[in-house]
Design a binder for this molecule. Structure first.
Ligand code: ATP
Ligand code: MG
Length: 438
Protein backbone atom coordinates (compact mmCIF):
# COMPACT_ATOMS: atom_id res chain seq x y z
CA UNK A 1 0.00 0.00 0.00
CA UNK A 2 2.69 2.49 1.01
CA UNK A 3 4.44 1.92 -2.32
CA UNK A 4 1.72 3.41 -4.46
CA UNK A 5 0.96 6.24 -2.03
CA UNK A 6 3.18 8.85 -3.82
CA UNK A 7 1.53 7.92 -7.11
CA UNK A 8 -1.91 8.46 -5.63
CA UNK A 9 -0.85 11.82 -4.21
CA UNK A 10 0.41 12.89 -7.61
CA UNK A 11 -2.80 11.68 -9.20
CA UNK A 12 -4.99 13.84 -6.95
CA UNK A 13 -2.62 16.82 -7.13
CA UNK A 14 -2.62 16.68 -10.96
CA UNK A 15 -6.40 16.35 -11.03
CA UNK A 16 -6.87 19.29 -8.62
CA UNK A 17 -4.40 21.55 -10.43
CA UNK A 18 -5.76 20.73 -13.87
CA UNK A 19 -9.33 21.34 -12.61
CA UNK A 20 -8.34 24.71 -11.17
CA UNK A 21 -6.68 25.57 -14.49
CA UNK A 22 -9.84 24.59 -16.41
CA UNK A 23 -11.99 26.76 -14.15
CA UNK A 24 -9.49 29.60 -14.50
CA UNK A 25 -9.49 29.21 -18.29
CA UNK A 26 -13.29 29.19 -18.54
CA UNK A 27 -13.49 32.27 -16.37
CA UNK A 28 -10.83 34.07 -18.42
CA UNK A 29 -12.55 33.20 -21.73
CA UNK A 30 -15.86 34.43 -20.34
CA UNK A 31 -14.27 37.65 -19.10
CA UNK A 32 -12.86 38.26 -22.59
CA UNK A 33 -16.21 37.54 -24.24
CA UNK A 34 -17.97 39.77 -21.77
CA UNK A 35 -15.57 42.64 -22.24
CA UNK A 36 -15.69 42.42 -26.06
CA UNK A 37 -19.26 41.52 -26.88
CA UNK A 38 -21.42 42.06 -23.81
CA UNK A 39 -20.14 45.32 -22.44
CA UNK A 40 -23.44 47.17 -22.41
CA UNK A 41 -25.87 44.35 -21.79
CA UNK A 42 -28.71 44.37 -19.31
CA UNK A 43 -28.74 42.66 -15.94
CA UNK A 44 -30.62 39.50 -17.12
CA UNK A 45 -28.11 38.80 -19.91
CA UNK A 46 -25.28 39.24 -17.44
CA UNK A 47 -27.05 36.82 -15.12
CA UNK A 48 -27.30 34.21 -17.89
CA UNK A 49 -23.66 34.78 -18.71
CA UNK A 50 -22.67 33.99 -15.12
CA UNK A 51 -24.93 30.93 -15.05
CA UNK A 52 -23.58 29.66 -18.39
CA UNK A 53 -20.02 30.18 -17.11
CA UNK A 54 -20.84 28.01 -14.10
CA UNK A 55 -22.57 25.34 -16.19
CA UNK A 56 -19.80 25.19 -18.81
CA UNK A 57 -17.04 25.02 -16.22
CA UNK A 58 -18.91 22.30 -14.25
CA UNK A 59 -19.50 20.26 -17.42
CA UNK A 60 -15.91 20.66 -18.53
CA UNK A 61 -14.70 19.73 -15.07
CA UNK A 62 -16.94 16.67 -14.98
CA UNK A 63 -15.76 15.48 -18.42
CA UNK A 64 -12.16 16.22 -17.60
CA UNK A 65 -12.28 14.43 -14.25
CA UNK A 66 -14.09 11.40 -15.77
CA UNK A 67 -11.59 11.19 -18.63
CA UNK A 68 -8.68 11.72 -16.28
CA UNK A 69 -9.82 9.02 -13.84
CA UNK A 70 -10.71 6.64 -16.67
CA UNK A 71 -7.31 7.12 -18.29
CA UNK A 72 -5.56 6.53 -14.97
CA UNK A 73 -7.69 3.44 -14.36
CA UNK A 74 -6.90 2.05 -17.81
CA UNK A 75 -3.20 2.67 -17.20
CA UNK A 76 -3.32 0.89 -13.85
CA UNK A 77 -5.28 -2.00 -15.40
CA UNK A 78 -2.60 -2.29 -18.09
CA UNK A 79 0.04 -2.26 -15.39
CA UNK A 80 -1.84 -4.90 -13.42
CA UNK A 81 -2.14 -7.09 -16.51
CA UNK A 82 1.55 -6.64 -17.22
CA UNK A 83 2.57 -7.47 -13.66
CA UNK A 84 0.22 -10.48 -13.63
CA UNK A 85 1.74 -11.73 -16.87
CA UNK A 86 5.22 -11.17 -15.43
CA UNK A 87 4.33 -12.97 -12.22
CA UNK A 88 2.88 -15.92 -14.16
CA UNK A 89 5.92 -15.86 -16.44
CA UNK A 90 8.30 -16.00 -13.49
CA UNK A 91 6.19 -18.75 -11.91
CA UNK A 92 6.17 -20.78 -15.10
CA UNK A 93 9.88 -20.20 -15.74
CA UNK A 94 10.73 -21.84 -12.45
CA UNK A 95 12.14 -25.34 -12.91
CA UNK A 96 10.67 -26.23 -9.51
CA UNK A 97 7.05 -27.31 -9.13
CA UNK A 98 5.27 -24.54 -7.24
CA UNK A 99 1.90 -24.86 -5.55
CA UNK A 100 0.20 -22.20 -3.47
CA UNK A 101 -2.52 -23.44 -1.15
CA UNK A 102 -4.32 -22.52 2.03
CA UNK A 103 -4.34 -24.36 5.34
CA UNK A 104 -7.11 -26.66 4.04
CA UNK A 105 -4.80 -27.52 1.12
CA UNK A 106 -7.11 -25.79 -1.38
CA UNK A 107 -4.90 -24.87 -4.33
CA UNK A 108 -4.71 -21.21 -5.35
CA UNK A 109 -1.76 -21.35 -7.73
CA UNK A 110 -0.05 -24.06 -9.76
CA UNK A 111 2.84 -23.54 -12.16
CA UNK A 112 3.91 -25.22 -15.41
CA UNK A 113 6.64 -27.31 -13.72
CA UNK A 114 3.99 -28.69 -11.34
CA UNK A 115 1.85 -29.58 -14.37
CA UNK A 116 4.84 -31.42 -15.87
CA UNK A 117 5.86 -33.20 -12.69
CA UNK A 118 2.47 -34.29 -11.42
CA UNK A 119 0.44 -34.43 -14.65
CA UNK A 120 -2.42 -32.27 -13.30
CA UNK A 121 -3.23 -29.14 -15.30
CA UNK A 122 -3.67 -25.79 -13.53
CA UNK A 123 -7.38 -25.76 -14.35
CA UNK A 124 -7.79 -29.21 -12.80
CA UNK A 125 -6.31 -28.32 -9.44
CA UNK A 126 -7.24 -24.65 -8.88
CA UNK A 127 -9.87 -24.45 -6.16
CA UNK A 128 -9.64 -28.13 -5.28
CA UNK A 129 -7.68 -30.02 -2.65
CA UNK A 130 -3.97 -30.56 -3.32
CA UNK A 131 -4.02 -33.99 -5.01
CA UNK A 132 -0.32 -34.81 -4.82
CA UNK A 133 -0.02 -35.85 -1.19
CA UNK A 134 -0.33 -39.63 -0.86
CA UNK A 135 -2.45 -40.97 2.01
CA UNK A 136 0.60 -42.08 3.99
CA UNK A 137 2.14 -38.59 3.75
CA UNK A 138 -0.93 -36.58 4.85
CA UNK A 139 0.17 -36.41 8.49
CA UNK A 140 3.65 -35.35 7.41
CA UNK A 141 2.12 -32.51 5.36
CA UNK A 142 0.03 -31.40 8.35
CA UNK A 143 3.21 -31.28 10.44
CA UNK A 144 4.89 -29.17 7.71
CA UNK A 145 1.94 -26.75 7.66
CA UNK A 146 2.02 -26.44 11.44
CA UNK A 147 5.73 -25.69 11.39
CA UNK A 148 5.40 -23.19 8.52
CA UNK A 149 2.46 -21.42 10.14
CA UNK A 150 4.67 -20.87 13.21
CA UNK A 151 7.00 -18.93 10.91
CA UNK A 152 9.55 -21.73 10.57
CA UNK A 153 9.83 -22.73 6.90
CA UNK A 154 10.29 -26.41 6.09
CA UNK A 155 13.41 -26.60 3.97
CA UNK A 156 14.78 -29.27 1.61
CA UNK A 157 12.92 -32.27 2.94
CA UNK A 158 12.98 -35.43 0.85
CA UNK A 159 9.55 -36.97 0.55
CA UNK A 160 7.24 -38.60 -1.97
CA UNK A 161 4.38 -37.09 -3.90
CA UNK A 162 1.98 -38.83 -6.20
CA UNK A 163 1.18 -38.06 -9.81
CA UNK A 164 -2.12 -38.10 -11.65
CA UNK A 165 -1.22 -41.59 -12.93
CA UNK A 166 -0.90 -42.78 -9.31
CA UNK A 167 2.89 -43.17 -9.45
CA UNK A 168 5.00 -42.02 -6.52
CA UNK A 169 7.80 -39.56 -7.28
CA UNK A 170 10.70 -38.70 -5.02
CA UNK A 171 10.84 -34.96 -4.46
CA UNK A 172 12.79 -32.49 -2.39
CA UNK A 173 10.26 -30.07 -1.03
CA UNK A 174 10.11 -26.74 0.78
CA UNK A 175 6.96 -25.53 2.52
CA UNK A 176 7.03 -21.79 3.18
CA UNK A 177 4.53 -19.51 4.86
CA UNK A 178 3.16 -17.12 2.24
CA UNK A 179 2.09 -13.69 3.43
CA UNK A 180 -0.44 -12.23 1.07
CA UNK A 181 -3.55 -11.29 3.00
CA UNK A 182 -3.61 -12.84 6.44
CA UNK A 183 -0.19 -14.09 7.56
CA UNK A 184 -0.02 -17.85 7.86
CA UNK A 185 -3.11 -18.46 5.77
CA UNK A 186 -1.31 -19.46 2.58
CA UNK A 187 1.58 -21.81 2.03
CA UNK A 188 3.96 -22.09 -0.87
CA UNK A 189 5.24 -25.53 -1.69
CA UNK A 190 8.34 -25.60 -3.90
CA UNK A 191 9.38 -29.10 -4.95
CA UNK A 192 11.99 -30.54 -7.27
CA UNK A 193 12.10 -33.97 -8.84
CA UNK A 194 14.97 -35.95 -7.28
CA UNK A 195 14.32 -39.34 -8.87
CA UNK A 196 17.59 -39.12 -10.78
CA UNK A 197 19.48 -38.11 -7.64
CA UNK A 198 17.97 -41.04 -5.70
CA UNK A 199 18.82 -43.41 -8.55
CA UNK A 200 22.41 -42.16 -8.61
CA UNK A 201 22.63 -42.46 -4.84
CA UNK A 202 21.38 -46.04 -5.05
CA UNK A 203 23.82 -46.80 -7.86
CA UNK A 204 26.65 -45.39 -5.76
CA UNK A 205 25.56 -47.49 -2.81
CA UNK A 206 25.38 -50.50 -5.05
CA UNK A 207 28.81 -49.79 -6.51
CA UNK A 208 30.16 -49.55 -2.98
CA UNK A 209 28.41 -52.79 -2.09
CA UNK A 210 29.72 -54.44 -5.23
CA UNK A 211 33.27 -53.31 -4.57
CA UNK A 212 33.14 -54.73 -1.07
CA UNK A 213 31.50 -57.85 -2.43
CA UNK A 214 34.14 -58.15 -5.14
CA UNK A 215 36.95 -57.95 -2.60
CA UNK A 216 35.14 -60.39 -0.35
CA UNK A 217 34.45 -62.74 -3.26
CA UNK A 218 38.07 -62.84 -4.33
CA UNK A 219 39.14 -63.63 -0.74
CA UNK A 220 36.38 -66.19 -0.26
CA UNK A 221 37.18 -67.95 -3.52
CA UNK A 222 40.85 -68.06 -2.64
CA UNK A 223 40.15 -69.59 0.77
CA UNK A 224 37.42 -72.00 -0.28
CA UNK A 225 38.62 -73.29 -3.64
CA UNK A 226 41.45 -75.47 -2.35
CA UNK A 227 39.58 -77.16 0.54
CA UNK A 228 36.54 -77.68 -1.72
CA UNK A 229 38.67 -79.35 -4.41
CA UNK A 230 40.30 -81.61 -1.85
CA UNK A 231 36.90 -82.49 -0.30
CA UNK A 232 35.59 -83.40 -3.74
CA UNK A 233 38.60 -85.57 -4.46
CA UNK A 234 38.21 -87.43 -1.18
CA UNK A 235 34.50 -87.97 -1.66
CA UNK A 236 35.11 -89.27 -5.19
CA UNK A 237 37.78 -91.64 -3.86
CA UNK A 238 35.55 -92.77 -1.00
CA UNK A 239 32.72 -93.51 -3.45
CA UNK A 240 35.02 -95.82 -5.43
CA UNK A 241 35.62 -97.99 -2.39
CA UNK A 242 32.25 -97.88 -0.71
CA UNK A 243 30.23 -101.11 -0.66
CA UNK A 244 27.07 -99.92 1.04
CA UNK A 245 24.46 -98.53 -1.37
CA UNK A 246 22.86 -96.11 1.08
CA UNK A 247 26.30 -94.69 2.04
CA UNK A 248 26.98 -94.29 -1.68
CA UNK A 249 23.76 -92.30 -2.06
CA UNK A 250 24.78 -90.08 0.86
CA UNK A 251 28.24 -89.60 -0.60
CA UNK A 252 26.61 -88.79 -3.95
CA UNK A 253 24.57 -86.07 -2.26
CA UNK A 254 27.69 -84.79 -0.55
CA UNK A 255 29.50 -84.70 -3.87
CA UNK A 256 26.62 -82.75 -5.44
CA UNK A 257 26.69 -80.27 -2.59
CA UNK A 258 30.45 -79.78 -2.82
CA UNK A 259 30.08 -79.15 -6.54
CA UNK A 260 27.33 -76.67 -5.73
CA UNK A 261 29.68 -74.86 -3.33
CA UNK A 262 32.35 -74.75 -6.02
CA UNK A 263 29.79 -73.35 -8.42
CA UNK A 264 28.80 -70.77 -5.86
CA UNK A 265 32.38 -69.66 -5.39
CA UNK A 266 32.81 -69.46 -9.15
CA UNK A 267 29.68 -67.30 -9.36
CA UNK A 268 31.08 -64.93 -6.78
CA UNK A 269 34.26 -64.70 -8.78
CA UNK A 270 32.34 -64.22 -12.02
CA UNK A 271 30.52 -61.39 -10.39
CA UNK A 272 33.56 -59.66 -8.95
CA UNK A 273 35.72 -59.80 -12.08
CA UNK A 274 34.22 -60.47 -15.47
CA UNK A 275 36.28 -63.20 -17.10
CA UNK A 276 37.77 -62.79 -20.54
CA UNK A 277 35.34 -64.24 -23.08
CA UNK A 278 36.52 -66.95 -25.44
CA UNK A 279 33.87 -67.30 -28.09
CA UNK A 280 33.50 -70.41 -30.13
CA UNK A 281 30.71 -72.03 -32.06
CA UNK A 282 28.76 -73.94 -29.41
CA UNK A 283 25.87 -76.33 -29.97
CA UNK A 284 23.11 -75.07 -27.73
CA UNK A 285 21.66 -78.52 -27.12
CA UNK A 286 25.02 -79.88 -25.89
CA UNK A 287 25.41 -76.95 -23.53
CA UNK A 288 21.94 -77.54 -22.09
CA UNK A 289 22.59 -81.27 -21.82
CA UNK A 290 25.79 -80.77 -19.89
CA UNK A 291 24.09 -78.32 -17.47
CA UNK A 292 21.19 -80.72 -16.95
CA UNK A 293 23.53 -83.61 -16.27
CA UNK A 294 25.45 -81.42 -13.81
CA UNK A 295 22.18 -80.66 -12.03
CA UNK A 296 20.85 -84.21 -12.23
CA UNK A 297 21.64 -85.03 -8.55
CA UNK A 298 19.39 -82.15 -7.43
CA UNK A 299 16.75 -83.02 -10.02
CA UNK A 300 16.68 -86.60 -8.87
CA UNK A 301 16.70 -85.76 -5.17
CA UNK A 302 13.73 -83.46 -5.61
CA UNK A 303 12.00 -85.99 -7.93
CA UNK A 304 11.45 -83.32 -10.56
CA UNK A 305 9.43 -84.17 -13.67
CA UNK A 306 11.71 -82.81 -16.32
CA UNK A 307 10.32 -82.34 -19.84
CA UNK A 308 12.81 -81.66 -22.59
CA UNK A 309 11.75 -80.40 -25.98
CA UNK A 310 15.03 -79.61 -27.66
CA UNK A 311 15.00 -81.60 -30.88
CA UNK A 312 14.03 -78.52 -32.91
CA UNK A 313 17.38 -77.01 -31.91
CA UNK A 314 19.42 -80.00 -32.94
CA UNK A 315 22.47 -78.72 -34.84
CA UNK A 316 21.74 -75.09 -33.95
CA UNK A 317 24.69 -73.26 -32.55
CA UNK A 318 25.60 -69.95 -30.99
CA UNK A 319 28.85 -68.05 -31.07
CA UNK A 320 29.50 -67.99 -27.37
CA UNK A 321 31.77 -68.56 -24.45
CA UNK A 322 30.92 -72.09 -23.33
CA UNK A 323 31.50 -71.39 -19.61
CA UNK A 324 29.33 -68.32 -19.71
CA UNK A 325 26.47 -69.98 -21.56
CA UNK A 326 26.62 -72.92 -19.17
CA UNK A 327 26.57 -70.51 -16.23
CA UNK A 328 23.52 -68.80 -17.77
CA UNK A 329 21.51 -72.04 -18.03
CA UNK A 330 22.74 -73.17 -14.65
CA UNK A 331 21.44 -69.98 -13.05
CA UNK A 332 18.04 -70.23 -14.75
CA UNK A 333 17.48 -73.95 -14.18
CA UNK A 334 18.68 -73.66 -10.56
CA UNK A 335 16.14 -70.90 -10.02
CA UNK A 336 13.40 -73.12 -11.42
CA UNK A 337 14.63 -75.99 -9.27
CA UNK A 338 14.53 -73.78 -6.16
CA UNK A 339 11.04 -72.57 -7.01
CA UNK A 340 9.29 -75.90 -7.52
CA UNK A 341 7.94 -78.21 -4.83
CA UNK A 342 9.29 -81.80 -4.69
CA UNK A 343 7.82 -83.70 -7.67
CA UNK A 344 7.27 -80.38 -9.44
CA UNK A 345 7.56 -79.84 -13.19
CA UNK A 346 10.29 -78.13 -15.17
CA UNK A 347 10.15 -77.88 -18.96
CA UNK A 348 13.10 -76.88 -21.10
CA UNK A 349 12.26 -76.01 -24.71
CA UNK A 350 14.61 -74.93 -27.41
CA UNK A 351 14.13 -74.03 -31.07
CA UNK A 352 15.69 -71.85 -33.73
CA UNK A 353 13.76 -69.19 -35.67
CA UNK A 354 14.54 -65.90 -37.42
CA UNK A 355 18.31 -66.17 -36.94
CA UNK A 356 17.78 -66.53 -33.21
CA UNK A 357 17.83 -69.41 -30.85
CA UNK A 358 14.94 -69.45 -28.39
CA UNK A 359 15.24 -71.25 -25.08
CA UNK A 360 12.46 -71.35 -22.52
CA UNK A 361 12.67 -72.71 -19.01
CA UNK A 362 9.25 -73.07 -17.42
CA UNK A 363 8.37 -74.27 -13.97
CA UNK A 364 5.21 -74.72 -11.95
CA UNK A 365 6.82 -73.39 -8.79
CA UNK A 366 6.05 -70.56 -6.39
CA UNK A 367 6.23 -67.83 -9.05
CA UNK A 368 7.35 -64.26 -8.43
CA UNK A 369 5.24 -61.72 -6.56
CA UNK A 370 4.48 -58.68 -8.80
CA UNK A 371 6.17 -56.37 -6.24
CA UNK A 372 9.39 -58.35 -6.58
CA UNK A 373 9.40 -58.55 -10.37
CA UNK A 374 11.03 -55.10 -10.97
CA UNK A 375 13.89 -56.03 -8.60
CA UNK A 376 14.86 -59.55 -9.61
CA UNK A 377 17.72 -58.37 -11.85
CA UNK A 378 19.22 -56.21 -9.12
CA UNK A 379 22.42 -57.68 -7.68
CA UNK A 380 21.85 -59.13 -4.21
CA UNK A 381 18.07 -59.13 -4.53
CA UNK A 382 16.84 -62.44 -3.23
CA UNK A 383 13.69 -63.77 -1.60
CA UNK A 384 15.49 -66.87 -0.49
CA UNK A 385 16.47 -67.45 3.15
CA UNK A 386 19.85 -66.21 4.33
CA UNK A 387 22.52 -68.68 3.26
CA UNK A 388 20.40 -70.04 0.40
CA UNK A 389 20.54 -67.39 -2.30
CA UNK A 390 23.09 -64.68 -3.03
CA UNK A 391 20.73 -62.74 -5.29
CA UNK A 392 23.44 -62.59 -7.93
CA UNK A 393 22.12 -65.23 -10.34
CA UNK A 394 19.83 -63.17 -12.55
CA UNK A 395 22.11 -60.14 -12.58
CA UNK A 396 24.96 -62.35 -13.84
CA UNK A 397 22.56 -63.99 -16.34
CA UNK A 398 21.55 -60.56 -17.65
CA UNK A 399 25.21 -59.53 -18.04
CA UNK A 400 26.03 -62.77 -19.90
CA UNK A 401 23.12 -62.22 -22.26
CA UNK A 402 24.12 -58.62 -22.82
CA UNK A 403 27.66 -59.73 -23.69
CA UNK A 404 26.25 -62.27 -26.16
CA UNK A 405 23.72 -59.86 -27.75
CA UNK A 406 20.88 -61.87 -26.28
CA UNK A 407 17.76 -60.96 -24.37
CA UNK A 408 15.60 -62.38 -21.61
CA UNK A 409 11.92 -62.13 -20.69
CA UNK A 410 10.39 -63.42 -17.49
CA UNK A 411 6.67 -64.05 -17.08
CA UNK A 412 5.51 -65.21 -13.73
CA UNK A 413 2.35 -65.71 -11.72
CA UNK A 414 2.51 -66.29 -7.97
CA UNK A 415 1.74 -69.91 -7.05
CA UNK A 416 1.37 -70.82 -10.71
CA UNK A 417 4.93 -70.75 -12.00
CA UNK A 418 7.51 -68.89 -14.01
CA UNK A 419 8.55 -68.90 -17.64
CA UNK A 420 11.97 -67.53 -18.54
CA UNK A 421 12.45 -67.01 -22.26
CA UNK A 422 15.84 -66.18 -23.65
CA UNK A 423 17.02 -65.43 -27.16
CA UNK A 424 20.54 -65.56 -28.55
CA UNK A 425 21.81 -64.87 -32.07
CA UNK A 426 22.16 -68.05 -34.08
CA UNK A 427 25.65 -68.79 -35.37
CA UNK A 428 25.77 -69.21 -39.16
CA UNK A 429 28.33 -72.01 -38.66
CA UNK A 430 27.37 -75.44 -37.34
CA UNK A 431 28.98 -76.61 -34.15
CA UNK A 432 31.74 -79.20 -34.19
CA UNK A 433 30.47 -82.53 -32.81
CA UNK A 434 31.14 -83.09 -29.09
CA UNK A 435 34.13 -85.26 -28.35
CA UNK A 436 32.95 -88.52 -26.85
CA UNK A 437 35.34 -89.95 -24.31
CA UNK A 438 35.54 -93.70 -24.35
N1 ATP B 1 11.94 -69.50 -11.60
C1 ATP B 1 11.70 -68.69 -10.56
N2 ATP B 1 10.60 -68.88 -9.81
C2 ATP B 1 10.34 -68.08 -8.76
N3 ATP B 1 11.12 -67.04 -8.39
C3 ATP B 1 12.22 -66.80 -9.10
C4 ATP B 1 12.57 -67.58 -10.23
N4 ATP B 1 13.71 -67.09 -10.76
C5 ATP B 1 14.05 -66.03 -10.00
N5 ATP B 1 13.16 -65.85 -9.00
C6 ATP B 1 13.18 -64.80 -7.99
O1 ATP B 1 14.21 -63.89 -8.32
C7 ATP B 1 15.08 -63.70 -7.22
C8 ATP B 1 16.47 -63.38 -7.74
O2 ATP B 1 16.97 -64.50 -8.43
P1 ATP B 1 18.53 -64.67 -8.55
O3 ATP B 1 18.81 -65.87 -9.34
O4 ATP B 1 19.13 -63.38 -9.02
O5 ATP B 1 19.02 -64.83 -7.05
P2 ATP B 1 18.74 -66.05 -6.07
O6 ATP B 1 18.24 -67.22 -6.84
O7 ATP B 1 17.90 -65.56 -4.96
O8 ATP B 1 20.18 -66.32 -5.53
P3 ATP B 1 21.40 -67.01 -6.33
O9 ATP B 1 22.45 -65.96 -6.44
O10 ATP B 1 21.80 -68.13 -5.47
O11 ATP B 1 20.91 -67.41 -7.66
C9 ATP B 1 14.98 -64.99 -6.44
O12 ATP B 1 15.33 -64.81 -5.08
C10 ATP B 1 13.50 -65.32 -6.60
O13 ATP B 1 12.72 -64.61 -5.70
MG1 MG C 1 19.26 -67.85 -8.54
Amino acid sequence: MSDDFPERRWFWATLALSSISIIGLVFAVWELLESHFFRDVDYLTLHYLYVSRGVVSSLLLAFWAAWFVLRARRASERQLRRSRARYRGILNCSPAAIALFDSDLIVAEWNAAAEDLYGYTRAEVLGSKLPTIPAEKQSEMQAFLKQASQGRPVLDVETRHCTKQGALVDVQTNVLPYHEEEPGRYFLEVSIDIRERIRLRQTLLQVEKLTTMGQMAAGTAHHLNTPLASMLLRVELARKHVQNASVDVDLGDLEGNIRYCQQFVRRLLDFSRRPQLTRRVEAIKDTLDSVLSFLSPQLVTKQIHLTLDMDAADGSAVMADRNQIEALFLILITNALDAVQPKGHITVRCHAADDRIHVSIEDDGCGIEPVNLPHIFEPFFTTKPVGKGTGLGLSIAATILQEHEGSMRIDSAPNRGTAVRIELPLSPQAAAPEKVLV
